[in-house]
Write a protein that binds this ligand. Structure first.
Ligand code: NAG
Length: 416
């Protein structure tokens, strides 16, 4: 025994304690890791259920305007009666809460009369001065606004967005914004088909109730709203006879929901599903559970093809900031390619587009770069900003410019 003791020197006591501690820590870390994996697995399991999935995709219960009354738009920074809150009803009996927003110069001209009207929710919007100013002015333009996931019509960064949309012609450009089913004060729960019916209801209101022809309507959309707007534009362009709007400005779009979830990180740092891309079989099977596909890449291609075939004029502007941590900006060149590819019956390869890009893309330095693809019928424009994040960008002057560029392309006399 003593010989053995002598030949194998015993470790000093503190080292033994150290090894014990490492073992203990390791055990806790393993338990934590197992708990985390368990939670993650539960989360993935929940994700396969449609209602949980809807909450993750649409974030419609994340209001961000809880302590404010959406029927008192003044508390969101508007002038008294600059905004008319009202409800639209869908054909499946959902009630959509909407705001009609007057541009500031038009408001100034009619300030006294507007101040005299009652405030708050309006049951018959057609009786209001603001509505008449929209319907009875043959030069009025209307922007249909389709917001992104989460929040309501009044969420912070959306209010400066409305101002930017009207800023180029503040006597003429009205904005109609609404909450999809399940968002804000709107009834129901969001699904792809349901939200599309909501967008249809809004377009129908604009054309048939407000009496604005499609050539004076522009669609602005951001993030999830871009998927809605591309789908609804495609739906109208496929009608017989086709209905094509003045154009669309799409900010921070994504090619489809599956690609989005596989690249999405919460706050740009915590990946949700991208760890799974290492397990292709599991990832594929999870993808098949994605209920609402929102395939913008296919729909934008169908939309462009329909317009090229019908000889309809169309204007698409896609804008994305390189520092967008929610939806990676790489979605935009890809979507742009799907749109451009659809302008030719034989398609445009990525190589060919790349060559065109190096020839005709305009480098604006710190402001980013712009690329346009023109055909006899359409203009597809891509603007990549260096900065602007996911939401802040909506209040930037590039938005005002994009709106004016489209309205003026349709009607060169539309100036201040
Ligand atoms: C590009 O267009 C061609 C011709 O219409 C089509 O066959 C091809 O599938 C398109 N490619 C993509 C990626 O959409």
């Amino acid at each position: 025994m003593s010989a053995l003791n002598n030949s194998i020197p015993s470790f000093p006591n503190h080292v033994t304690i150290g090894v014990d501690m490492v073992a203990t820590i390791f055990r806790y870390v393993s338990i934590l890791a197992a708990a985390f994996v368990g939670l993650y697995a539960t989360f993935l399991g929940l994700l396969t259920t449609p209602s949980f999935q809807a909450h993750v995709v649409y974030l419609h219960k994340i209001q961000m305007t809880w302590f404010k009354d959406l029927d008192v738009p003044e508390t969101f920074g508007f002038l008294r009666n600059q905004v008319t809150p009202f409800y639209l009803e869908t054909s499946d009996a959902e009630k959509l809460h909407a705001w009609h927003i007057l541009p500031v110069e038009l408001y100034r001209k009619h300030e006294l009369a507007l101040l005299q009207e009652p405030v708050g929710l309006v049951s018959d919007i057609t009786s209001r001065l603001a509505f008449k100013l929209l319907r009875e002015d043959p030069e009025a333009r209307l922007i249909l606004h389709m917001h992104g996931a989460g929040g309501t019509v009044g969420s912070g960064y959306r209010v400066p967005n409305y101002r930017a949309l009207s800023a180029g012609q503040p006597g003429k450009i009205h904005v109609l914004t609404f909450d999809y089913r399940g968002f804000g004060r709107s009834s129901g729960n969001p699904t792809e088909n349901g939200v599309l019916l909501d967008a249809f209801t809004v377009v129908d209101w604009a054309i048939n109730t407000a009496g604005i022809p499609p050539s004076r309507i522009l669609i602005f959309a951001q993030s999830m709203g871009t998927a809605v707007s591309i789908a609804i534009q495609n739906q109208f362009a496929q009608q017989n006879p086709p209905v094509v709007f003045a154009g669309a400005v799409l900010v921070a779009p994504f090619v489809d929901a599956v690609t989005l979830v596989s690249t999405y990180s919460v706050a740009g740092t915590i990946p949700i599903l991208s760890p799974l891309t290492r397990f292709p079989t599991l990832f594929k099977s999870l993808q098949s559970f994605v209920r609402d596909k929102w395939s913008s890449k296919d729909r934008i291609a169908q939309y462009v093809r329909a317009n090229e075939a019908n000889g309809e004029k169309y204007h698409l502007t896609i804008i994305h900031a390189e520092d967008d941590y929610d939806v990676p900006w790489s979605h935009t060149p890809e979507l742009f390619w799907y749109a451009v590819n659809a302008t030719s019956s034989t398609g445009i390869g990525l190589d060919e587009l790349g060559e065109k890009r190096s020839e005709s893309s305009i480098d604006l330095g710190a402001a980013g770069s712009v690329m346009e693809w023109r055909t006899e019928n359409g203009v597809i424009r891509e603007e990549i900003l260096k900065t602007g994040l996911h939401d802040l960008i909506m209040g930037y002057p590039v938005i005002t410019m994009a709106v004016m560029r489209i309205f003026q392309a349709v009607d060169p006399s539309f100036t201040c």
